[in-house]
Write a protein that binds this ligand. Structure first.
Ligand SMILES: *Cc1c(COP(=O)(O)O)cnc(C)c1O
Length: 389
């Protein structure tokens, strides 16, 4: 017995290859491959397309408000697909990346795009997280990049870019736009609705939300770009396993609820920390004191400001700050562990200096990925740990 079970959810299809029956249907299936048909027939091989994965891609299309989405095994794989569709041998134009992006992406640029593929990659550096639009325009004019790649919210300083202005400027110079929307999430901003060409996510973070899946997704509206992305995904062998897709699909159903709670908790905690005598400074785009609160309000409206909060512990010297930071982490061990990821339902923390090193030489700084726990409980844990200092 193989078919027609009255399942209420898209089943988990684990097959590597699908039953194509005869040569006519085989030919049809291969001919339609790049059109990415969503009908139940014509599945060929799971590296090409899998019905469980396609069902989750449709959930993400609805979230991002876009025409297509392609799942892959990690956020890094999504970045690889997104930029590689613009690699056209000798005709490849220069590419421009903002420097204030995920560290792994900067390493990918150095070790893969430049060192191995010898591509003409340029970087736009922010000045203490703030963007000089004259300089950006000069680069767009002189370099004539094929695309500009950026994140709306920087990490770990949580600087929100004036993305509408960046995008207007790029379009003026015939430059496409790729956005890594992992931190903002479609809850706060839908770049494809505002004219971006491609959006990628590390679905490992807020989309899956429980720290138990690694996944990535590339989203877009343009059909030609979709075909290029399907082709690259298939032949570079990037794909999300149906098992992981199935779990991601279940976890995505609570995404909006979770992210709203992340935002509410983060704002409440940021306000609490800002008024605490042991805290030097809190960086959260929802606070009056944040340098890009205006940009955040313009982009996110009244939806919230995300789930990440960065703060400095007070100390008499750098050494004292380091020591207090260590004691704070130790005091929280049972409630808020040090885990180098983000976007989970449980609050986790990361000390900034050991991870970012000289780039952010702030010895007492901690980046919190605020979870969805009861806020009074969260404040209690953190208050108790600060008390011990
Ligand atoms: C984690 C992360 C990535 C990489 O995603 P993986 O799923 O770890 O491969 C890319 N961009 C941002 C902003 C991230 O936080």
């Amino acid at each position: 017995m193989k078919k027609n079970i009255n399942a209420s959810h898209t089943p988990l299809y684990r097959e590597a290859g699908f039953n194509l029956k005869d040569s006519k249907t085989t030919q049809e299936a291969f001919a339609a491959e790049l059109d990415h048909p969503h009908e139940p027939e014509n599945y060929i091989y799971s590296r090409y397309r899998n019905p469980t994965t396609v069902a989750v891609e449709q959930q993400i299309m609805e979230l991002e408000g876009c025409k297509w989405a392609l799942l892959v095994e990690t956020g890094m794989a999504a970045i690889d697909v997104a930029v590689s569709v613009f690699q056209k041998g000798k005709d490849t134009r220069p590419w421009l990346f903002f420097h204030e992006i995920y560290g792994g992406t900067n390493s990918f640029i150095d070790t893969v795009l430049i060192k191995r593929r010898n591509l003409d990659v340029h970087r736009f550096y922010a000045n203490e997280g703030l963007y000089d639009f004259e300089e950006l325009e000069r680069m767009l004019k002189e370099i004539k990049p094929e695309f500009l790649y950026f994140e709306a919210v920087s990490n770990p300083m949580l600087i929100v870019a004036d993305v509408k202005r960046i995008m207007e400027l790029a379009k003026q110079y015939d430059c496409k736009i790729i956005v890594d929307n992992t931190f903002g999430t479609p809850y706060l901003w839908k770049p494809l609705v505002d004219g971006a060409d491609l959006v990628i996510h590390s679905a490992t973070k807020y989309m899956s939300g429980h720290g138990n899946i690694t996944a990535g997704v590339i989203c877009g509206n343009d059909e030609e770009l979709m075909k290029e992305a399907i082709e690259y995904r298939k032949w570079a062998g990037h794909f999300l396993s149906p098992d992981d897709a199935y779990r991601l699909g279940s976890q995505l159903k609570s995404f909006d609820l979770r992210f709203k709670q992340h935002c509410d908790n983060a704002l409440a905690l940021a306000e609490y920390l800002e008024n605490h005598p042991m805290i030097e400074e809190v960086l959260y785009p929802g606070l009056e004191s944040h340098p890009t609160r205006k940009e955040a309000l313009a982009l996110f409206g009244d939806k919230g400001f995300g789930g990440m909060v960065t703060f400095d512990i007070k100390g008499d010297s750098d050494e004292d700050k380091r020591e207090k930071c260590n004691r704070f982490i130790a005091a929280l061990e049972d409630h808020i562990p040090l885990v180098p990821t983000l976007g989970e339902v449980d609050t986790i923390l990361l000390p900034v200096e050991p991870v970012w090193g000289a780039k952010y030489p702030l010895p007492g700084t901690i980046r919190l990925s605020v979870g969805i726990e009861n806020i009074e409980k969260l404040k209690g844990w953190i208050g108790d740990a600060l008390e011990e200092l």
